[in-house]
Design a protein around this ligand. Structure first.
Ligand code: HAM
Length: 418
């Protein structure tokens, strides 16, 4: 028996209706905030992620699905979408518009993570990116958008954590302080961290090993090393959030798992999810466009893990149980009525009405049983007698009433129900 791979899952009905419900909410909110959708390829040249996300990150060094294709190119299934968005921004010279782009995406991402509740190897993200704005208002807007989504879905008990991770101006001095601090305690560090100490000491703050976490807890804080520009920006972001009544917690230990971040970094947590409580993570990446080979362009964005969001919503009973039910179902009896019924169903569907037909060859009795169970309101009954008079019987299954209607009047009759 061939099964879906570990860390991947099928989304089947009726659960798929819950995904559609969340996605529809996302699209509506994005359009209110002026974000337009982008769709980028699921795989890219490996180099894009190596350069964009950083070689020493866990994502690039341990978690990428990288393979050589038949043309001998190294390709990688996208582990995230920000690098691809920036690649597309450059490839299509969007920067030439000199404006601010607001983009969003919904799609699969791939990471060779250890699967557990809320952590998968193929997972879905809804993400946004604003390219071309250095304004602290952009940081606040993007955070506001994420929180608005969660609020409109009914989620409470969320915590917004924010930090500033500085910029290439202030990081060298901080880096030096970190190297000195960690070197003095290098015996306590894991093998990976000892080797990363020279290359990228900031990554040590993000290590999940127990020993490293203990040491990292006492490490110097970047917020104490911020340059004037970063400090002013961070203060302004907080003022914007406060102006909009958005509560936040300053978390000087918040470092994110990707190297492109500068200045603002943030996470939104839903604590009842336990170990995988981060439903949203993001931040500013003012150096990324240049890193990928374009003109200096500021950027900021976030991504929401949709599996985690759906888990959180399910915990609070905030998901619809089923998708939309058809308004009516056709019940025919006899070969001629089967054919005429099919033609009638097509007419109703063309008029925009949702109509169920029976493809299982059920008897009328078992068809009625099935419809009652499914909670469908109307049965359109057509037997030989009805057919001879070009009429149908419309039975309201919930109220056990029925009426005889000329076939040509049925569309208008059912449209009054919508
Ligand atoms: P990230 O923090 O790596 O950021 O991922 C964002 C969110 O994706 C996480 O908070 C989590 O909800 C979800 N996620 C990550 N890995 C998994 C997994 N293995 N299984 C299930 N969910 C997962 C980024 O990806 C950045 N591109 C976000 C961003 C956009 N920053 C700026 N713009």
């Amino acid at each position: 028996m061939i099964k879906a791979l570990r860390g991947t899952q099928d989304i089947l009905p009726p659960q798929s209706a819950q995904w559609q419900y969340v996605e529809a909410k996302i699209r509506r909110i994005c359009s209110r905030y002026g974000f337009a959708e982008i769709r980028t390829p699921m795989f890219e040249q490996t180099e894009l992620f190596q350069r964009g996300i950083g070689e020493t990150t866990d994502v690039v060094s341990k978690e990428m699905y990288t393979f050589t294709d038949r043309g001998d190119r190294s390709l990688t299934l996208r582990p995230e979408n920000t690098a691809s968005a920036v690649r597309a921004y450059l490839e299509h010279k969007i920067y030439a518009n000199q404006g601010v782009e607001r983009w969003y995406y919904i799609g699969s991402m791939f990471r060779y993570d250890r699967p557990q509740a809320g952590r998968y190897r193929e997972f879905h993200q809804f993400g946004t990116e604003i390219l071309g704005s250095a304004s602290p208002q952009a940081d606040a807007e993007i955070i506001a958008l994420a929180l608005q989504l969660f609020r409109e879905l009914g989620l409470q008990e969320l915590e917004l954590l924010i930090n500033s991770v500085g910029c290439p101006q202030c990081r060298p001095a901080y880096r030096q302080a970190l190297v000195e601090y960690f070197t003095a305690q290098s015996d306590e560090l894991c093998k990976d961290c000892r080797s990363r100490l020279d290359k990228n000491p900031l990554r040590l703050l993000d290590c999940k090993e127990e020993g490293c976490r203990r040491v990292a807890a006492g490490a110097p804080l970047l917020t104490d090393y911020l340059c004037e520009d970063c400090r002013t920006h961070f203060a302004a972001v907080q003022e914007y959030l406060t102006a909009a009544g958005i509560a936040f917690t300053l978390d000087p230990h918040l470092v994110r798992g990707l190297d492109y971040y500068t200045k603002t970094a943030f996470e939104i947590q839903y604590l009842p999810l336990g170990a995988q409580s981060a439903v949203c993570g993001g931040g500013r990446y003012d150096g990324l466009v240049e890193e990928i080979g374009g003109p200096a362009t500021p950027g900021i964005g976030f991504a929401v893990g949709l599996e985690r969001l759906l888990l959180a919503l399910a915990m609070q009973n905030l998901l619809p149980e089923t998708g939309e039910k058809p308004l009516a179902a056709l019940v025919t009896h006899g070969e001629a009525a089967d054919r005429a019924g099919f033609a009638l169903a097509q007419e109703l569907r063309a008029a925009g009405l949702a109509v169920d037909t029976d493809l299982a060859g059920r008897s009328m009795r078992s068809r009625f049983k099935q419809l009652a169970k499914a909670g469908i309101k109307y049965a359109i009954i057509m037997g030989e007698d009805e057919l001879a008079q070009s009429r149908i019987t419309l039975r309201n299954l919930q109220e056990s009433t029925q009426e005889s209607i000329a076939m040509e009047d049925l569309v208008a009759r059912l449209q009054t129900e919508e």
